[in-house]
Write a protein that binds this ligand. Structure first.
Ligand SMILES: NC(=O)c1ccc[n+]([C@@H]2O[C@H](COP(=O)([O-])OP(=O)(O)OC[C@H]3O[C@@H](n4cnc5c(N)ncnc54)[C@H](OP(=O)(O)O)[C@@H]3O)[C@@H](O)[C@H]2O)c1
Length: 264
């Protein structure tokens, strides 16, 4: 039996992780959400799959995540095999602004809030959830921690595509990647794998067609085969394969759903 905890399981990639993992009866899946009743899809899935447990867990609440770890521990007997921290704050208010436009008198307060919320969820939240579950992971057999990041935080992608916007989100994920490297250094001697994993460019939330076409044209500057977003079923299938093959060469680094540095 392999135990998994997935944050942000209400929708998008998190829900798809829970769906695919629950298909194997030798998995037990803890679906962490910040609202246990807001996702009809997850409620329906958990009702039909006895190996899925919905657990309250807001990335911004350390006490809630510590309580979530207690709940998981009481069911597994004290351990967790794999933690997938998938939840994130995805800012939309300031996402189109270029770095030079981030400090006008009109938008400064909004920009400050956007950066602060991105760091609170995507960096501090990652520390909260990692530290809450670390004692369980130490007692697990797989000993794997995965933080879902993004190719948008990769310097080569930014400079190669020329995508200068999405600053609060991308920089908070770059900070997450650095945090993962720090944990990588600390946890390797304990035999614990930790990586930042980019899921690809995936169809989850709706995005206007014009924006999708612009993004695709920018991405094609470094990867000419990009046509559009990939399906979440394919992304999660590839991510799970990469997680199952995780070796020490990836320790503390950001890798893609393919297990390499191809972000598409
Ligand atoms: N989709 C892509 O193309 C893409 C590309 C690169 C990276 N990623 C990364 O992949 C991950 C999942 O993205 P997605 O596209 O599936 O996003 P999504 O559809 O917007 O889902 C985000 C999830 O995070 C949860 N969440 C947000 N803030 C939270 C908090 N404070 N505590 C707990 N849960 C919280 C949301 O819960 P609620 O339902 O309660 O809001 C939701 O379940 C993210 O880390 C994202 O950065 C996605």
């Amino acid at each position: 039996m392999i135990s998994w905890a997935v944050t942000g399981s209400s929708r998008g990639l998190g829900l798809e992780f829970v769906r695919q993992l629950s298909e194997r009866q030798d998995n037990i899946v803890f679906a962490l959400v910040r609202n246990t009743t807001s996702s009809p899809e997850l409620t329906k899935l958990a009702a039909s799959k006895p190996n899925v447990h919905i657990v309250l867990g807001d990335l911004n609440s350390l006490p809630q995540l510590q309580e979530a770890a207690k709940t998981v521990s009481s069911i597994t007997g004290g351990s967790l095999d794999v933690l997938i921290n998938n939840a994130a704050y995805l800012d939309t208010d300031t996402s189109t602004l270029l770095p030079s436009q981030l400090s006008t008198t009109e938008n400064l307060e909004q920009v400050k809030e956007s950066i602060s919320k991105s760091v609170e969820s995507n960096v501090l939240g990652a520390i909260y959830v990692t530290n809450s579950f670390l004692p369980l992971i130490e007692r697990g057999t797989e000993k794997k921690i995965v933080h879902i990041s993004t190719g948008m935080a990769d310097t080569d992608l930014v400079l190669g595509t020329g995508i200068a916007a999405s600053v609060p989100y991308s920089t908070s994920k770059a900070m997450l990647n650095s945090l993962v490297a720090k944990y990588g250094a600390e946890l390797q001697p304990k035999g614990i794998h930790i990586v930042a994993l980019s899921p690809g460019w995936v169809e989850t939330s709706p995005v206007p067609q014009e924006a999708l076409e612009w993004m695709a044209s920018m991405f094609r500057k470094i990867e000419p085969t990009v046509n559009g977003r990939i399906q979440k079923e394919d992304s999660v299938r590839d991510q799970l394969e990469t997680i199952s093959n995780l070796g020490w060469e990836a320790q503390g680094r950001m890798i893609s759903h393919h297990g390499d540095r191809n972000w598409f």
